[in-house]
Ligand binder design. Structure first.
Ligand code: ADP
Ligand code: MG
Length: 703
């Protein structure tokens, strides 16, 4: 399956010949621009313009139809009107074309008839085994030697390089290419994927995974079509090469997940953020940050840790840089005493030898040299930000050269920030040519460093496989798919049976109707017990004071049971009782899942119990979770320290809850009709003692 998704992509990106169907002679038309780009780019194979009304397009002989082209055609770029696309696509299929780039718009994005047209295009692509990019896109580029393919209508083309890009937006694709060119970023491959009738961003990630020409991958995403597939592919590829994304658009998770606790705690726009983070994709706010980060990742080593040294010739920017670095969770830590001592010797008395090191305004190239030599040799420094506010009397180019010379090969990332314009351009060029990213403002340098550090942490993360759980799927099926099962909440007893079938530990319990039966059940279970009222409409029991804990005698149980029945029978005529063994644990957490219409299953882990809604301390991740995710979800909680050993209480056995969340994942994969499921609370004991799920709810929804 996974291999399949990459099959045939060479037909798109590495064709031996290209037809442009809808090639036009009209100046300013897309059909003409595509032919022109192919020629301008120096495509290595034949280009066949197809136009029934022209004999020649841009000095190249044209053909009346795809069928009329004498040689084989690997790639066809379609620029014909929307109602002609299907016929041309089928003709291409018959001709043996391997890949289609459908630039034409007027498909899914226009609704109605367009949706039908897009489905038909998908069918044609399947029937002939043709891979399709688009429709409604800007085209593709492969700068690789031996192809030099520019099958797009972009006005600008960056120089060849090591970056591959996917854009979901055609219009923005053009801007991205232009900006990349301006930022001096070289491009290996580019694809504007449009409506993604066939080829998705995830397919391209997989395609670039082992391509040695591609060292950094950039994504502009509006939506993620197949989130589960994206998560799986991106998680794998990001371990080999960095993936940077600008993601726009919001999730509707919050709106949909109305009635469940998990959903209301999950909130609205966490899904995209968490999805990208959990598969190691670096999400940036804008294209400027994206290009800067790409350049830094291409040219600079990753920081091993958060300790950054700042060398500046002006106090203010030094403070800005310090604030930005500290504000992003990194450190401007003291340098070694020996380093400060050496700096003291080398610098004038007015200079500050403590990090941030301030060389003061009179600093020339020689002073930068002396300081950087020492700082770059300090083993505690894990990254360097060199600031230079260009004063008139100082030779900026010489300072830039000093920065380059003294930090070369120091094994740590070096980022520069050049402020002020006087002779700054030359300095910037020298730095950039040496592979040192140059920023206008210290905050931007700090942002980039922070992302680089995130990548370091991601690569340090040891992924873990999900264990092969042995579960009783048949037992769960009997309940979930019981005859006549309608959409809605399951009864508590059913929820418990389903959870138990998937190996989630529950307290011993009995269901009874009268106070006398409750007392007998309590004697059987052993003390202390918990008494709960149950009824179909009674979803949040505590709100109705329908949970009584810490009952230690028969009299207690009888009185509590009588009171519950008496109070609740008016509102809930079907009220019954559950007697549960009281859990011995000391911490409450929740675990659960809600399905989002766009992102699929969203898993939750948080602090649990009746206070959870006030605290809203929940981690959300998009499925599929790997073996490590649940543990990390608990570690990322604000209240994580509460789960560790705390004020004399032992650490809670979080691993058991993490394991239970993976079992829930298996459950909701096995039964897609489960729309939401939540265990709250899962009462955690210390390690070695029994942790149990004392309350659960589960809702099925039939498509
Ligand atoms: P609801 O969420 O419907 O209000 P719960 O069954 O979650 O009801 O119970 C509410 C609280 O009572 C739990 O958060 C927990 O603190 C406590 N509780 C419930 N069952 C037990 C049990 N078996 N052992 C110990 N405490 C329990
Ligand atoms: Mg509860």
């Amino acid at each position: 399956m996974k291999q399949d998704r990459q099959k045939g992509l060479d037909g798109l990106f590495r064709p031996r010949s290209v037809a442009v169907v809808g090639a036009s002679r009209r100046a300013g038309s897309i059909g003409r621009q595509v032919v022109s780009n192919l020629i301008r780019g120096g495509f290595t194979g034949p280009v066949y313009p197809v136009n029934p009304k022209a004999e020649v397009v841009l000095s190249v002989p044209a053909y009346r139809s795809v069928a009329a082209i004498p040689g084989p055609v690997d790639l066809a770029v379609l620029v014909v009107p929307p109602d002609a696309v299907l016929a041309v696509a089928a003709e291409c299929g018959k001709k043996g074309v391997k890949g289609l780039v459908v630039i034409t718009a007027g498909f899914r994005e226009v609704g109605g008839e367009g949706i039908v047209r897009e489905e038909k295009l998908a069918a044609i692509s399947k029937r002939y085994g043709m891979r399709v990019i688009g429709p409604n896109c800007m085209g593709i580029v492969n700068a690789e030697q031996g192809y030099a393919l520019d099958a797009s209508f972009s006005a600008t083309m960056p120089r060849p390089g090591a970056v591959a890009m996917v854009s979901q937006s055609g219009a923005l694709g053009e801007a991205i290419l232009a900006d990349a060119a301006q930022a001096g970023l070289g491009v290996a491959m580019f694809a504007s994927v449009g409506n993604r009738v066939d080829v998705t961003a995830a397919d391209l990630l997989g395609y670039w995974e082992n391509d040695p020409n591609v060292r950094v991958i950039l994504l502009y995403l509006e939506t993620v079509g197949e989130p589960q597939e994206f998560v799986e592919v991106a998680r794998r590829v990001s371990r080999k090469k960095p993936i940077i994304a600008v993601k726009s658009g919001r999730s509707d998770a919050g709106a949909l997940a109305a009635s469940s606790h998990t959903g209301s705690v999950a909130g609205a726009d966490v899904a995209a953020d968490t999805m990208l983070a959990q598969c190691g994709v670096l999400r940036v706010d804008n294209f400027r940050d994206m290009f800067a980060l790409a350049q830094a990742l291409l040219d600079q080593p990753l920081p091993k840790g958060p300790r950054m040294a700042i060398v500046t010739n002006a106090g203010g920017p030094g403070i800005l840089a310090t604030d930005a670095i500290a504000g992003l969770g990194m450190e401007v830590a003291p340098l070694l005493p020996a380093t400060e001592k050496a700096l003291r010797k080398a610098l004038p008395v007015e200079a500050s030898v403590r990090n941030p090191v301030d060389l003061i305004a009179s600093a020339d190239a020689a002073r930068y040299r002396a300081a950087l030599k020492v700082v770059a040799a300090d083993p505690t420094v894990e990254g360097l930000v060199v600031l230079f506010v260009s004063p008139v009397m100082i030779d900026a180019a010489a300072v830039a050269q000093a920065i380059v010379d003294e930090t070369r090969g120091c094994g740590r990332p070096v980022l520069a920030c050049v402020m002020g314009r006087q002779r700054g351009d030359e300095a910037q060029r020298i730095l950039r040519d040496a592979g040192i990213p140059v920023f206008r403002y210290p905050e931007d340098a700090a942002t980039t460093l922070r992302q680089m550090l995130r990548r370091t942490r991601w690569l340090e993360r040891r992924p873990a496989r999900v264990p092969d759980f042995r579960v009783d799927k048949a037992a769960a099926r009997r309940i979930l798919r019981k005859k006549g099962r309608a959409s809605g909440w399951l009864a508590n007893a059913e929820v418990e049976a389903v959870l138990a079938a998937y190996g989630i530990p529950l307290p011993a319990s009995r269901r009874v109707r009268t106070p006398g039966e409750a007392v007998a059940a309590a004697h059987e279970l052993g003390w202390p017990v918990v008494l709960k009222a149950e009824a179909a409409e009674l979803l949040h029991k505590s709100e109705h004071r329908a949970v009584r804990v810490g009952l230690r005698t028969g009299d207690d149980v009888f009185a509590a049971a009588a009171d519950l029945i008496e109070r609740l029978k008016g509102k809930f005529p079907d009220v019954r009782l559950q007697v549960q063994s009281q859990a011995q644990g000391h911490r409450e957490v929740l675990i659960g899942m809600t399905r989002d219409s766009r992102y699929g299953p969203l898993f939750a882990a948080g602090l649990g119990g009746v206070l959870v809604e006030v605290m809203r301390d929940v981690s959300i991740r998009v499925g599929p979770l790997d073996g490590k995710d649940p543990q990390e979800m608990f570690e990322r909680l604000k209240g994580a320290p509460l789960l560790a050993a705390f004020r004399g209480a032992p650490a809670a056995d979080v691993a058991t809850a993490a394991d239970a969340l993976l079992r829930i994942q298996k459950l909701v994969v096995d039964f897609p009709e489960i729309a939401e499921v939540e265990v709250n609370p899962f009462i955690l004991a210390e390690k070695g003692k029994r942790s149990v799920a004392v309350d659960g709810r589960l809702r099925v929804e039939h498509a």
